[in-house]
Ligand binder design. Structure first.
Ligand SMILES: [Zn+2]
Length: 175
């Protein structure tokens, strides 16, 4: 998970303003006004909660302002919704990651192939010579990376032989 992703999902602008994602402009404005009243730095002294950290309080106020800025404008809101959607999409559909040790090796004639079974019953497969072309040399017994050139890819996307699924083979050079 990237730091950006984390920040992005710390709290959405909608959560900051405690509104649903299909809230109308009026609903958002009402919530914003209430949030401002609750988080304005001037109100800090009136808060009885001694544990309230002024820095967090200030931070909250900034989040509320930022959220309002984005959501009050239909154009920037639409853009934000799109970002939210695509970020979520990425999170919900992670590439299925496998390692060399998850694969089994099959030798057909003089072709050595690494296989990993797909949900559809077919296989994700890559041959040792294909890997070699990418600069990845495997020990045929242990399936560990023997040597690799410097700029070797750290992962390879392998498509299924039948369906549209992919798996991401993570290359760990053991170092
Ligand atoms: Zn498949």
């Amino acid at each position: 998970m990237t730091l950006t992703g984390k920040t992005f999902f710390g709290r959405t602008h909608y959560e900051v303003l405690s509104v649903t994602e299909d809230a109308s402009y009026d609903e958002i404005r009402t919530s914003y006004k209430a949030a401002v009243l609750n988080s304005h730095p001037d109100k800090l002294t009136k808060k009885s909660d001694a544990s309230t950290d002024p820095d967090n309080f200030q931070q909250d106020f900034l989040y509320v302002q930022k959220a309002w800025e984005v959501l009050s404008d239909s154009k920037s809101r639409a853009k934000y919704d799109k970002e939210l959607l695509s970020a979520r999409h990425k999170l919900e559909v992670p590439a299925n990651e496998i390692e060399l040790s998850d694969m089994s090796m099959e030798t057909v004639g003089d072709i050595q192939e690494l296989l990993y079974e797909c949900r559809c019953g077919d296989y994700f497969s890559i041959t040792l010579s294909e890997l070699r072309e990418m600069g990845i040399l495997l020990d045929e017994q242990s399936l560990e990376v023997e040597s690799s050139i410097d700029l070797v890819p750290t992962s390879i996307l392998i498509p299924c032989g039948s369906c549209s699924l992919n798996v991401r083979l993570m290359i760990n050079d053991g170092s």
